[in-house]
Ligand binder design. Structure first.
Ligand code: C5P
Length: 306
């Protein structure tokens, strides 16, 4: 039987990620610029026999690292959506991964967003009845952005979004790591480093130069304005990432940055051809598992036709 609803959802990189102090609820206030890039997961849902419940299967690279039971974010998203809509939740869910797992590209949040869009379409849930972005924010800080895509400033813990006007398309090379990193561990490491230095975290803000580069569609300026407060914590936990970033710089990337909490590193290229050259050269770096070329911005979770 063909799937009833199939949704494609992109991963993201953070063009800037400024992290404020740890809050009482354990989260950190952020000012970030999310940018959706063309590495896509696919989530398909098919109605199942009444009473059969929710079954999730995951395939693709890194699938073995992902829970298929209630720990899976797509599973939780559909269970919560059905509950809020007052509907039974008897569906088979198939997740096809292309966004690297536990890699700082919000793959789990992407799958939750895709599951919400698929479930809302299958069960004809109206936006007036259940607000998918607020439900998404309960599932993970990056889920509202995965629903929307494009380029957007995120504040609060990342869930409050304002779209960013940006011109043109940017070309990226993503260096996938041989290891994974846990997001809470990277935030905790940043707190530890700041405390050891006696640094008081300042209120997070985005540099004007970055916003101007996006408005101008200026890849050179954007490359120079990429920044990530979590980078030093990711490097502290995975020192080998310094060599990956250095390799990209040596090979002429316009800018290099750890994506989110890492360990994926993102390199900005001049254009598509430069991205292919850069990707080919980076494959020789021993710390890199594999490389992907991607463009951004791209739209968020969307239904696709067969
Ligand atoms: O919201 P999400 O489940 O994606 O967050 C995963 C973890 O990342 C949180 O439990 C928290 O440790 C950390 N985090 C944070 N501040 C944020 C977002 C995430 O400390 N703004």
């Amino acid at each position: 039987m063909s799937p009833a609803v199939r949704v494609r959802v992109p991963g993201k990189v953070n063009l800037a990620l400024a992290v404020g102090p740890r809050r009482a609820d354990g989260y950190h206030d952020l000012a970030t610029v999310f940018h959706a890039v063309s590495l896509f997961d696919e989530v398909s849902i098919t109605p199942a026999e009444p009473g059969s419940g929710l079954r999730v299967s995951v395939e693709g690279e890194g699938a073995d690292l992902i829970a298929s039971g209630p720990g899976n974010l797509a599973h939780r998203a559909l269970a919560m959506l059905a509950d809020r809509a007052g509907l039974p939740c008897d569906v088979d869910v198939a997740v096809r991964k292309a966004i690297p797992v536990a890699a700082g590209m919000a793959g789990g949040s992407a799958d939750a967003a895709a599951a919400l869009v698929a479930g809302a379409a299958l069960w004809r849930v109206r936006a007036d009845d259940v607000d998918l972005a607020s439900l998404g924010a309960e599932l993970g800080s990056d889920v509202p952005f995965a629903l929307r895509g494009g380029t957007a400033v995120g504040t609060g813990r990342g869930e409050r979004l304002t779209p960013v006007l940006s011109r043109g398309t940017f070309h990226w090379v993503l260096a996938l790591s041989r290891t994974t990193l846990s997001t809470p561990a990277v935030y905790a490491e940043l707190d530890r480093l700041r405390e050891a230095r006696g640094d008081a975290a300042t209120p997070p803000a985005i540099a004007d130069a970055l916003m101007q580069a996006l408005r101008d569609g200026d890849a050179h300026a954007l490359g120079g304005a990429l920044s990530n407060d979590l980078q030093e914590a990711a490097l502290s936990l995975r020192p080998e990432l310094a060599r990956v970033l250095e390799a990209g710089n040596d090979l002429g990337a316009l800018g290099s940055v750890v994506s989110g909490s890492g360990p994926t590193c993102a390199f900005l290229a001049r254009d598509g051809e430069h991205a292919l050259d850069l990707a080919a050269s980076l494959t020789a770096t021993p710390e890199i598992r594999s490389v992907r070329c991607a463009t951004g911005p791209v739209p968020g979770a969307r239904i696709i036709a067969d």
